[in-house]
Ligand binder design. Structure first.
Ligand code: NAD
Length: 296
């Protein structure tokens, strides 16, 4: 298929490369020259602008930093497509409201769309093993599925427009709360004289088990692949976790739901990013709990 790909960054770059590997004809655009060069090296034809990239496309994929950029970009690219019933796939993590506005823009122009945010991080993007959470009509979902299969392993249809984003932010709110809870449990256990490995052996096979513990364990040692073993380099950046927790709080306010633990996690990551910066894996929050700097 002829696919346009906008946003060739940490996630989008490898996703576009996997589409090329699957035999698609991919034209990409990113304002950052280094991102364009890497994409070119991976077989992506680079365009001069978003509008130029989408001109002949049958499918348009966006992987951008936030909702406002997606809406601005759609303002440029939706009128620039020349095909009939072009399929727009937005895989950025954005607020539900913007996702629904973007879907309206596409529908009003006579085209189809899904929101399809992902989990799996840069590693999943490179390996082509992302999970896609999809919001949109049954028909748009069926059309998108073979394209998404070139970039991911699990593709879940979550309902109408915006529901992919709803699933993403609810999942990441759960993850943020769990990482703080897991970190507090390790710090308390150690203060009580418990060896972290012994606690891991119990909790990872007991009712406290969760991904933040058994896969992304915030203490070095028990889980070989965890960023804790490399001073929290790589992994899922604290700044991105803060972004998703803020999206969850915005959604909670709009929906009139009091997500108190989600709010506490957002506040904790806000303070943590102030102390430690946005770059390191979000499991590094344990270092602030250990040094008691999170509470000021
Ligand atoms: P990134 O900053 O590496 O990439 C975003 C790219 O979009 C940048 O290269 C930027 O130059 C480009 N861009 C900005 N405006 C553009 C425009 N108008 N047209 C074309 N390109 C444009 O970010 P990322 O880590 O690749 O994340 C992308 C999205 O995926 C975000 O919404 C993020 O929340 C989400 N996400 C990231 C991860 C992760 O682990 N990095 C995991 C899941 C979801």
């Amino acid at each position: 298929m002829k696919i346009a790909f906008l946003g060739l960054g940490n996630m989008g770059g490898p996703m576009a490369a996997n589409l090329v590997k699957a035999g698609h004809e991919v034209t990409g655009f990113d304002p950052v020259p280094a991102a364009r060069e890497t994409a070119q090296g991976n077989g992506v034809t680079v365009a001069e602008s978003g509008a130029q990239a989408v001109a002949d496309a049958e499918v348009v994929i966006t992987m951008l930093p936030n909702g406002q950029l997606v809406l601005d970009s759609y303002g440029e690219i939706v009128p620039a497509v020349t095909g009939q019933d072009v399929l727009f796939i937005d895989s950025s993590t954005i607020d539900v409201e913007s996702a629904r506005k973007a879907a309206d823009m596409v529908r009003e122009a006579g085209h189809s769309s899904i929101d399809a945010p992902v989990s799996g991080g840069v590693v999943g993007s490179e390996a082509g093993t992302l999970t896609f959470m999809v919001g949109g009509t049954d028909e748009a979902f069926s059309r998108a599925e073979p394209v998404l299969q070139a970039m991911g392993r699990k593709i879940v249809h979550c309902g109408g427009a915006g529901n992919g984003q709803a699933a993403k932010i609810c999942n990441n709110m759960l993850l943020g709360v769990q990482m703080i809870a897991v970190s507090e449990a390790f710090v308390l256990g150690e203060k009580l004289g418990l060896d972290p490995q012994a606690f891991f052996d119990v909790a990872s096979t007991s009712s406290g088990r969760c991904w933040a513990l058994d896969t992304n364990c915030p203490v070095p040692g028990p889980v070989e692949g965890s960023p804790a073993n490399r001073d929290f380099e790589g992994g899922f950046a604290s700044g991105l976790m803060l972004k998703d927790l803020n999206l969850a709080q915005d959604a909670s306010e709009l929906a009139g739901v009091d997500t108190a633990f989600g709010r506490a996690a957002r506040d904790a990551y806000e303070r943590f990013v102030d102390i430690d910066g946005p770059r390191r894996d979000f499991g590094a929050v344990i270092t602030a709990i250990e040094s008691d700097t999170l509470n000021g």
